[in-house]
Write a protein that binds this ligand. Structure first.
Ligand code: ADE
Ligand code: ZN
Length: 344
C-alpha cells in the first residue's frame, strides 16, 4: 500500500522536476555572495592570505547568523580574497555555471564597488573581470545579463558620490544602480541626491528595503529614490496600504527566501510572507541573494519555498513569469520567455 509519506515524496519530486524545467530570471544576486568556501580558500592560498578558518568545513560552520550585520561582517571579510581580474572572472563564471544548472536564462547581478576600492583594488580589475565573464557566459551558456553596482548604505552619501565618479569610465557596462548593506539606521533618504543624479542620466535604480528595516524605508525608496524595484521588501506585508500600493503599481519585489531565514528576517520558511504578497497581487520574484552563504542557489530557493508554502505548479509558473516581467530585458525578449513558460 502506498503511504501518505510516499505520496508526499512523489509530489515533491514532481514539483522539483517542474521547477527544473521552468526558465528563470534571477534579479537579486550579489556576485560577492556567490563566493563558495572552496574558492575562498583557493584564492586565499593563491594570494598568500591567512584566513581565520582552517578548512571548508570550519568556514561553513561559521555561516550561522542572527542578523544581517553578522553576515555582512563575514561577507566583507571573505571578499578580501578577490584581488585580481582572474578572481572576479572566476567568481562570475562559477555563478553562471550554477545558474545554468538551475535553468536561469537571464541574470541581473549586483556588485559592491566600495568593498573593493576600500581595499585598494582598482575598479578596472573588478569591472573587467565581471564583465568578461558575463560576455563569455552569454556566448557559451546563453545567459543574458544586466550589471548593477550597489552603494554601501553604511557609508556616507559623499562616499557614494565619489564612487559614482570613479565608476564613470565603466558606465557603458551598467544598467542601473542599487543600495545595499546595513539597512537599519541608513534609510533610503540618506542617498536622495546621488540617486537623483543617476536617474537624471536615464538609468533605473533599485534599493534593498524592508529586509530588516521598517515598511517606511520601502515608502522612502519609492517616494524619494523612485526605485524601479524593491530588493526584499518583505516587511511591506506589515502595512496593508503599502502592500496594495506595490500591487497596484506592480513594483517588483526581489524576494530571497533562504536569505530571509538565514538572517532571521523571518522565523521560518513556513512563516515567510511570499504567498501572502502574491495573493495580494504583488509582483514577487524568487532569488538567491548570497547563495554561497545562505545554503542554495535560485533553484534551491524555489524548491524550498514551494515545499514550505505548498506552492502549486501554477504558482511556480506565475513566479517564473514575474521574474521576467520584473527584469530589465527588452519587451520582445520578455515575451519570448513568457511564451515558453506559458507552454509548460
Ligand atoms: N549585501 C549582500 N547581501 C545583502 C543583503 N541581504 N542585504 C543587504 N546588503 C547585502
Ligand atoms: Zn541582497
Amino acid at each position: 500500500m502506498t503511504s501518505l509519506a510516499d505520496l508526499l515524496q512523489k509530489g515533491r519530486a514532481g514539483t522539483d522536476a517542474f521547477i527544473a524545467r521552468l526558465p528563470k530570471a534571477e534579479l537579486h544576486l550579489h556576485i560577492e555572495g556567490s563566493l563558495e568556501p572552496e574558492m575562498m580558500i583557493a584564492k586565499a592560498k593563491k594570494h598568500g592570505i591567512q584566513l581565520p578558518y582552517a578548512n571548508v568545513e570550519a568556514l561553513r560552520a561559521a555561516y550561522n547568523f542572527s542578523n544581517l550585520q553578522q553576515f555582512l561582517d563575514l561577507y566583507y571579510a571573505g571578499a578580501d580574497v578577490l584581488r585580481d581580474k582572474d578572481d572576479f572572472y572566476d567568481l562570475t563564471r562559477a555563478y553562471l555555471q550554477r545558474a545554468k544548472a538551475d535553468h536561469v536564462v537571464h541574470c541581473e547581478i549586483f556588485f559592491d564597488p566600495q568593498t573593493h576600492t576600500a581595499r585598494g583594488i582598482d575598479l578596472e580589475v573588478v569591472v573587467t573581470g565581471i564583465v568578461e565573464a558575463l560576455h563569455d557566459g552569454e556566448a557559451e551558456l546563453g545567459i543574458t545579463w544586466r550589471l548593477i553596482p550597489n552603494f554601501l548604505r553604511h557609508l556616507s552619501e559623499q562616499d557614494a558620490i565619489d564612487t559614482l565618479a570613479e565608476l564613470e569610465p565603466y558606465m557603458e557596462h551598467f544598467h542601473g544602480f542599487g543600495l545595499d548593506s546595513s539597512e537599519v539606521g541608513n534609510p533610503p533618504s540618506k542617498f536622495a541626491r546621488v540617486f537623483a543624479e543617476i536617474r537624471s542620466r536615464g538609468l533605473p535604480v533599485v534599493a534593498h528595503a524592508g529586509e530588516e528595516g521598517p515598511p517606511e524605508y520601502i515608502i522612502e525608496a519609492l517616494d524619494i529614490l523612485h526605485v524601479a524595484r524593491i530588493d526584499h521588501g518583505i516587511r511591506a506585508i506589515e502595512d496593508p496600504a503599502l502592500t496594495s500600493r506595490l500591487a497596484r503599481g506592480q513594483i517588483p519585489l526581489t524576494v530571497c527566501p533562504l536569505s530571509n531565514v538565514k538572517l532571521c528576517a523571518v522565523p521560518s520558511l513556513a512563516a515567510h510572507p511570499l504567498k501572502k504578497l502574491l495573493d495580494a497581487g504583488c509582483l514577487v520574484t524568487i532569488n538567491s541573494d548570497d547563495p554561497a552563504y545562505f545554503g542554495g542557489y535560485v533553484g534551491e530557493n524555489y524548491r524550498a519555498i514551494a515545499a514550505a508554502l505548498d506552492l502549486s505548479n501554477q504558482d511556480l509558473k506565475m513566479l517564473a513569469a514575474m521574474s521576467f516581467r520584473g527584469s530589465w530585458l527588452h519587451e520582445t525578449q520578455k515575451a519570448r520567455h513568457l511564451a515558453t513558460i506559458d507552454q509548460l
